[in-house]
Design a protein. Sequence first.
Length: 362
Amino acid sequence: MQRFWVKSRSFKYSVNVGSGAWRALADFPQDRYSAIFILTERNLWQRWGEKLLREGNVKRARPVFVPPGENSKSLMRVEEVGAELLEKGADRRSLLVALGGGMIGDLGGFVASTYMRGIDCVQVPTTVLAQVDSAIGGKTAVNVGAMKNLLGTFYPPRMVLAEPMVLASLDERPFRSGFFEVAKHAILSGPGLFKELEAKAAELLPQRARELGDILARAARVKVQVVSRDEREAGLRRILNLGHTFGHALEEATGYRRFLHGEAVGWGILIVSRLAELLGVLEPTEGARIARLLRQLGPLPTLHGLRARQVLELLPQDKKAVRGRIHWVIPERIGRVRISDQVPLNLVETAFRDLQRSEAQE
């Protein structure tokens, strides 16, 4: 297990990644809390709850269940969870543990940040994407209608426990989807992690999850380093949006039914890499290397049938846009990106159409 520290505005907290990460909970000062509640999905609790309590030396904890899926990231669900916590006796000195993937982490963090004006939370991510990205950094959110993560807070957890063992229970598609976020971190961090990901692409399978602690830790460390320097996305943290501007538009254009989040980000990275080539800031050989790695990580759902204009019209609605201007994260090479709001829309459309055309020719 590897341990990193995130410096938030109020305190620093540990991010524990690797085999045995749950045991770090045993060293956490649980006695300071009046009660411990675990927000999770019923199937996750049945499979992993007892092991988490045993390895974390948790004497008493009460589960609070929510249905799986993005529909649970809603204000209605926040109200229901809050009411259940109150009914079960949660007070201002209670601890909320979020055991699950990105939805549980976002919902749990949001509930913790608002319940009785804020109670402590611990993130226990159970997907690749959550372990290397969404559980780290304190972003919480719920969706409003079709707008993903519209309402949210910055609310750092007291600790993060990323145990690779739980990833073995994932189906191959969601497992591989998370590695598109790992690829994003590899592009941001430089050749070292990128080369390791290239070398191990064929080995990224759920049945080998226990062996992936090192690569997950290296990816998580990228997020830790960024959010420690820019907790609230004032500048540097924007680089973590690489691939997300197009990714979010693709998700929304297809009603969140065609792409898993990581897959949408994968396409987003491919499109923005092509855009960088059209802008003349990314060498085609470097762009080809990025594209080759992403293709190695797994098949992506098709772009077929999507109208370029429909997708482009959604781009300025991204919540990271300011006054309708999109802040693009443009790769210049593996290990370096730039942020620009001066990107011609015609080139953006060309990049999207180029990817559609190349996919049709495969």
